[in-house]
Design a protein around this ligand. Sequence first.
Ligand code: GTP
Ligand code: MG
Length: 193
Amino acid sequence: INPNNVEFMISAMDVSQYPGENKNEIALSGRSNVGKSSFINAVVGRKNIARTSSKPGKTVNLNFYNVDDQFLMVDVPGYGYAKQSKKDRQKWGELIESYLTEREELQVVVQLIDLRHKPTGDDVLMYDFLKHLDLPVIVICTKSDKIAKSKIDKHLKIVRETMEVEPEDIVIDFSSVDKKNLPKVHEALSKFV
Ligand code: GTP
Ligand code: MG
């Protein structure tokens, strides 16, 4: 991936605004604040092309990025943000559901889980929904730099068991801060583009 050939395309609020590129798409999913935007930046080698925030709930639309004309990355708004209004939650649900169920270009979903904590009910629900749709999932456990090395395997096991990750889905511990396992992530993504 040439970092200089990565560009933000559009922030889409509904199907009519999706790009008509016909390129394979990789979508990001995960709780608000888990590190989705940071993950995109790390993967494409740019500091802040996907806007990150310490305040949750910042990404409200589907943000499409053209990655070196090879594939598109789609930053999806995070779930589990408590302060969201009922109306916003409903809008979120419709946006995500229509994208995940109808988008032909979608090849794989990267689901991000905070490695420090046991996956939440929302994490499990989302994974089950993706599997129900027969979508391949790459599980990325973020913020591994915040955990002692000796405890990483134990945390990975908790993620696998709580989510009941299917054997064909890979689970990778990752950090956007020290870029741990970035080559592994690139390899996993390359199977879908
Ligand atoms: P929303 O768009 O609100 O859903 O959040 P997001 O999932 O895009 O999270 P974002 O990338 O904005 O990161 C949220 C916060 O976590 C920021 O303060 C990041 O700097 C921090 N963060 C993200 N990834 C890592 C990581 O691997 N390690 C550490 N230590 N912090 C991280
Ligand atoms: Mg974000």
